[in-house]
Design a protein around this ligand. Sequence first.
Ligand code: CP
Ligand code: NVA
Length: 301
Amino acid sequence: MDLISVFDLSRVEIEAILNTAEGLRTERKEGKRTSNALEGKSLALIFEKPSTRTRVSFEVAMLELGGNVISLNRNELQLGRGERIRETAKVFSSYVDAVMIRAFQHSTIQEFARYASIPVINGLSDLEHPCQTLADLMTIKSYKNSLTGVKVAWIGDGNNVCNSLIGGCAITGMAISVACPRGYEPDAKIVKRAAELGCEVNITEDAKEAATDADVLSTDVWVSMGDEDETKSRKNAFKKYQINEDLIRDAKEDVIVMHCMPVHVGEEMTEEVINSNKAVIFEQAENRLHAQKALILTLLK
Ligand code: CP
Ligand code: NVA
């Protein structure tokens, strides 16, 4: 089994992962950090782009589960000198038990998985970020007790993180409104797939409309990794798409504010909001560790 798209997981599988993750979070808070569940197992992490949370949370997850982890930059591998993905995938399959890849192109991860005989995890591509969604769902559930019926509002770029969150909402019974400028909408195929699951995906250019009565406000950077050439036009297009105190007033009183991080303070979120008691971004980042531990246990058991 792979996790390349959030749609690779069913509702039952997501619920099981979240339950395991919650148990692991409780145990860790009680001081039980390590187990030998993955003794003798190895996970490789391949990065084409920088990472703080994904790399550190996967490394610590493997170490605390008693397994081994190898983090590699693509350019350290022969991939960087033109070795094909298919041979690389076959070779990795004979050394390690699973591989996580952070890639510019979603198709790179799909191709790796096609030739690998081990589980392949998407650690972020241009299309999706399913590991982030698992942590996001865990965070929402811990604040709202249940996912069913929760109303999420996404403010800003309809990017990889947004796409996977839409899928996560659809699978778990949440509604989502996306406020974005024209031309920056989420992936049409993902929106269609969410609708087929009965999810209301409302897409609007009006941030206030999306935020109205929301239980969750979430956003991400205006300029994702790989979009740097468009920095000027994006900063211009997204000026009105900021989570600030004014926007929060349109949401429910007990709204939580989320961001996958890294945050560009003063762009998609104000300093005031980051420091407010509505922001749950550090729990969200911590939940990457617990959710990924549960995911690895699921894929490697
Ligand atoms: N949210 C997230 O994936 O962060 P990193 O880019 O630091 O891994
Ligand atoms: N959308 C951002 C997420 C970073 C975690 C990017 O792809 O750069």
